[in-house]
Structures are given as C-alpha cells and as structure tokens.
Design a protein around this ligand. Structure first.
Ligand code: NAD
Ligand code: TYD
Length: 350
C-alpha cells in the first residue's frame, strides 16, 4: 500500500488529482497537506472526506515541523507537490508570497523528504518527489515552434520565475544528492473546481451574472489548453513510470487565442442558458504587464516514453466544464460572495 503526500490538494488541480487517484486506486493512502489560502476550498473534497484512505492536514508547506510530523507519523512513498501561489496577475501585485510558497516551500518539502528517505547507501527504494510545474517557465513563443524539455528556461512573470526557482531546486536535489525526483511542465488546465480568477471560469461566471468579460490587450494571446483530468493522468504515469531525474512536458496541442475561448464560452451559454449572453459583454482592458504572447507544448517525450495521450478534446472538455459550473452554482456563489469579490473589484484599478 503506497502512501502519497499531496500538497495543495484543496486547490483546482490538486483536488482533481485527489479524486482521480482515490477513484483509480482503492489501495493507496493519500494525505492532503493544504494551507487553505483563498484558492484552497474543502468543498472541492466533500465526496472524499469520509474515504478511509484519505486524510487532510491544514498546514503550510513552508512549516518544517508540520511536514516533519507527517513524515514521522507515516511512511511516505511519494510527495506530489501542487501547493503554490498560481495566479500571474496576483504575482505582479504581490511577488513575495510567490517566492515564499513556491520556492522556499518546495525546498522545505525537498529537505524533509530527503532526510526521511536518505540512507547511507543512497535513497530508500520506491520513493519519489514529484514536482508539478508549468510550461510558463519556458517563457513565450513566437508564431511558430513548441516548448521542448530542452528549451531554455526564460520566465517573465514573478509567478513563472518562482516556479522556475522551485524547478531548479528540484533539479539541484537530483544533481547533488541523487534524490529520486520528476518534474512535469503542463500547459493551461481547465475543468471542474477551477478558481474564477483564471480565464475560463471567470468568463463562465461573468456571463452568468451578465458582467463584462475583461480581455487583456487585443485578445490574440495564445494558450495551449488541457482538460485537467488528462493532466492528472500524466502525473500518475510519471510517478509510476517516469525515469528518475527527468522532466516531462504535458500538453495536447490545443492552442486557442483568448478571443476564441471567449467566443466559444459566449456562444455555448447563449444557446443553452440565456440568449442575452452576447459578445456585447466583451470589454477590452489594459494589457497584463509582460503578457506572454504564446504557449505551446511538444508532448512527444511523455507520449513516446510513457504512452500518455489526452483523452478529452477541447470541444468536449469545455462543454463538460461549463456544465459543471452550471450544476455547481452554489460552489461559485460561495467563492464569489466572500473575500474574493473584494479582491476582484480591486484587480482593474488603475
Ligand atoms: P490553485 O491556486 O487552484 O491551488 C493551489 C493550492 O495550494 C490551494 O489549495 C492553496 O490553498 C494551496 N497552497 C497555497 N500555498 C500553500 C502553502 N504555503 N502551503 C500549503 N498549501 C498551499 O492552483 P492550481 O491551478 O490547482 O495549480 C496547482 C499546481 O499546478 C501549481 O503548482 C501550479 O503552478 C501548477 N500548474 C497549474 C496550471 C494551471 O493551468 N492551473 C498549469 C500547469 C501547472
Ligand atoms: P490565466 O487564466 O490567468 O492563465 P495564465 O496567464 O497563467 O496563462 O490567463 C489566460 C489568458 O487569458 C492570458 O493570456 C491572460 C488572459 N486573460 C484575460 O484576457 N482576461 C482575464 O480576465 C484573465 C483572468 C486572463
């Protein structure tokens, strides 16, 4: 019976991963360590609360005592590190917390795991530290080409710079100590439980309340979208089959301009929910500072080595995501009526 320490499991991708793993493996133990920042929400985990294989610890990945106690009380086999500050716009306003959680928090996890797993002859068998990273560490692409694992790291935002810092610390623990690690670098995710500060759930929510849809710049920036479950599948495959020390890019060749995404969401909601949801809601706002133009992943390595492929097309995934949001309006209302609403209102102040 393998024991997973998942950090940030109350956030968007972390929660999807917790569900994915507990559904797929009836014989694992999964401990979720989450600080419950504004982005962490135990509502995302209601269905697994009573699962005997699951437990929750509220705590900070930067807190050595908390992490040490988890390792002391449990024989941890895998650390899967999702915990992070994850929103680029916030990182432009408040970079310090990004360095603290994303860099120092990751180093703390690495250190405690290393102390628990290291023996005089190397590392105990079957252990792995899995760092969940992003394609944003590679910077921005022009009109052609894709990010490969060998693409030089060239982050631009404080968010991507902090993720690059953590990736490099993970690499350093492999290079220096031969600690068993893997890193995945995935493109933009979408799906259930995504916090409505990110483009797709923000659009869905704003459409439903007939609020303006803020488009940064000309709306022609390109992101490469992947349904969250396909990301979870990739992480599981890398944990179980990835070559130690390797980085794996994850993406499904699903590039769209932001304007294409906006029009898709409007058209679907207009047809299925309310014909008053129209392109009149589109509002051009000041561009994001340092806005990366284009992301695009080449997933050949994870496909060739591990047989990963995306199962959900964008057309299917976006409908599932919108439907999930329509079926879970209370979830959205609970989030958008509290502190987040105050934060959102200050987002576009000049
Ligand atoms: P999220 O913001 O939805 O969730 C982050 C979670 O981490 C929250 O539950 C939060 O409470 C928790 N957390 C934050 N600081 C913490 C701390 N100090 N200690 C413990 N827990 C803490 O983020 P997400 O979108 O689910 O992203 C998860 C991970 O995946 C991040 O590392 C992110 O960089 C990476 N990633 C995200 C995307 C994407 O499109 N969202 C794409 C590629 C990689
Ligand atoms: P986001 O979801 O914040 O992800 P990331 O910046 O990490 O890729 O943004 C996705 C794209 O959508 C990005 O090009 C910025 C743009 N965007 C808007 O145009 N308006 C918005 O309100 C938001 C949140 C994002």
């Amino acid at each position: 019976m393998k024991t997973y320490l998942v950090t940030g499991g109350a956030g968007f991708i972390g929660a999807n991963f917790v569900h994915y793993m507990l559904d797929k493996y009836p014989d694992i133990k999964l401990i979720n360590l989450d600080k419950l920042t504004y982005a962490g929400n135990l509502e995302n985990l209601k269905e697994v609360e009573d699962n005997k294989n699951y437990s929750f610890v509220q705590g900070d990945i930067c807190d050595k005592e908390v992490v040490e106690k988890i390792f002391k009380d449990n024989e941890i086999d895998y650390v899967v590190n999702f915990a992070a500050e994850s929103h680029v716009d916030r990182s432009i306003k408040e970079p310090e917390i990004f360095v603290k959680t994303n860099v120092l928090g990751t180093v703390n996890l690495l250190n405690v795991a290393k102390n628990a797993w290291e023996t005089k002859d190397g590392f105990k068998e079957g252990k792995k530290f899995m760092q969940v990273s992003t394609d944003e560490v590679y910077g921005s692409l022009g009109d052609t080409g894709y990010f490969l694992e060998t693409t030089p790291l060239d982050p631009h935002s404080p968010y991507s710079a902090s993720k690059t810092g953590s990736d490099l610390m993970v690499k350093a623990y492999f290079d220096t100590f031969k600690m068993p690690v893997n890193t995945t670098r995935c493109s933009n995710n979408y799906g259930p439980y995504q916090f409505p500060e990110k483009l797709i759930p923000l659009l869905i929510n704003n459409c439903l309340i007939h609020k303006d849809l803020p488009v940064y710049g000309d709306g022609m920036n390109i992101r490469d979208w992947l349904y969250v479950e396909d990301h979870c599948k990739a992480i599981d495959m890398v944990i179980n089959g990835g070559r130690v020390g390797e980085v794996y890019n994850v993406g499904g060749h699903n590039e769209r301009t932001n304007m294409q995404i906006i029009k898709t969401v409007i058209s679907y909601l207009s047809e299925t929910v309310d014909s008053a949801i129209t392109e009149k809601l589109i509002t051009y706002v000041e561009d994001r500072k340092g806005h990366d133009k284009r992301y695009g992943i080449d997933p050949a390595k994870i496909k060739d080595e591990l047989g990963w492929y995306p199962e959900t097309t964008f057309e299917v995934g976006i409908k599932k995501t919108i439907k999930w949001n329509l079926d879970n309006k209370v979830w959205m209302d609970n989030i958008t009526s509290g502190e987040y609403q105050n934060y959102y209102n200050t987002m576009y102040e000049k």
